[in-house]
Design a protein around this ligand. Structure first.
Ligand SMILES: NC(=O)c1ccc[n+]([C@@H]2O[C@H](COP(=O)([O-])OP(=O)(O)OC[C@H]3O[C@@H](n4cnc5c(N)ncnc54)[C@H](OP(=O)(O)O)[C@@H]3O)[C@@H](O)[C@H]2O)c1
Length: 314
């Protein structure tokens, strides 16, 4: 690679377990029109990273592949027609097509915002995808309003822990569902009621919620339909089985899982909540870039409390 600038990146050449992740030296990307080259300080890990790595998304993302969507870092260069940020500014956001698990990444400026002042790079990297997904599910899809009751299934994870706090910000009553070890955490987040799913089956809570946000998915989705009041709404952010007949019988609107694209305005709205101390991010695990396998293993365990972050610059 003579005369070509290179960088360290985590990359894989075939789908599989965490062992396919390799630390490699690859060509440093260059910002094209409307893009910014970001020197990466930290990367937020999302379950999508290991789901794609395992092959669950098929050939949608061509190999070799650099995982990672959520980034916090510093502007290293701006491409043609990109005018919003200057070299040296601290920014956070989400890439258009992954590639964040590296020393540098290009991001459309329309998917970046200035890093909230109150957050470190480690914290800011943990925010974009999960917080935006929580906000979109509650507000855009769930149409949650003040005084309504929302049950958040998987309330202690990346999406769920933001959803609990955002629903409280919106004036809703929040019922959080997680295992026993996370009950105190749910209360700390502001949940009004906390359900330990290992003790209380959701079937014992019929008709209590206007909205259910499901971050867990899987085959048990019909128990979530039973939790809703007739005419309620179910918003899954991952794939689960919900009986169409049962939903129709109860006049429940089951939303489709959406793959979302973040915009600067979303990052600014969320960032302001942090700077006003109305929203907090909880970090479960931090690992250096070289140990990204560990971050994937932790995410894949489905036991993370809050977010997992890969650190590039300590
Ligand atoms: N559509 C989108 O754009 C989008 C965006 C982000 C995420 N997602 C998807 O949403 C899902 C959740 O993401 P995430 O980042 O929140 O995951 P996560 O951080 O890995 O979730 C971990 C949490 O899930 C809880 N959990 C596991 N099984 C549970 C169960 N049966 N009942 C209740 N809680 C349970 C765990 O709590 P306990 O240890 O207490 O069980 C843990 O705290 C993933 O499938 C992800 O791919 C979709």
């Amino acid at each position: 690679m003579a005369d070509v600038e290179t960088m360290k990146a985590i990359r894989y050449h075939s789908h599989g377990g965490p062992e396919v992740l390799e630390l490699e030296r690859v060509e440093r990307p260059q910002a094209a029109g409307g893009e910014v080259l970001v020197k990466v300080h930290a990367i937020g890990v999302n379950p999508g990273d290991w789901q794609i790595r395992s092959g669950l998304a098929g050939d949608t993302f061509p190999l070799p592949y650099i995982p990672g969507w959520d980034v916090s870092g510093v502007v290293a260069a701006v491409g043609p027609d990109a005018s919003l940020y200057r070299e040296g500014e601290a920014v956070y956001g989400m890439t258009a097509n992954s590639g964040a698990c590296a020393e540098y990444v290009v991001i459309p400026e329309s998917q970046l915002a200035r890093k909230p002042e109150s957050l470190s790079h480690l914290q800011a990297a943990a925010v974009p995808m999960s917080a935006f997904t929580a906000w979109h599910a509650l507000v855009k899809q769930g149409q949650l309003t003040t005084g309504q009751t929302v049950l958040i299934h998987g309330a202690s994870g990346g999406v769920g822990h933001f959803a609990v706090q955002i629903a409280k910000l919106l004036g809703a009553k929040v019922i959080g569902v997680a295992s026993g070890r996370n009950q105190a955490f749910l209360r700390e987040l502001g949940a009004d009621e906390c359900i330990d799913y290992t003790v209380t089956p959701l079937t014992q809570l019929p008709g209590i919620a206007d909205l259910v946000l499901d971050t867990v998915g899987g085959p048990e989705g019909d128990t979530l339909l039973a939790v809703l009041k007739p005419g309620g709404r179910l918003v899954p952010v991952t794939y689960g089985h919900y009986s169409a007949d049962k939903a129709a019988e109860l006049s429940i609107d089951v939303q489709d899982v959406r793959l979302l694209q973040i915009a600067t305005a979303d990052l600014e709205r969320i960032g302001q909540w942090f700077d006003e101390d109305r929203l907090r991010v909880y970090i479960d695990t931090v690992v250096p870039l070289e140990e990204t396998r560990q971050a994937h293993e932790r995410s894949e365990s489905r036991r993370a409390r809050g977010k997992i972050v890969v650190q590039v610059i300590p």
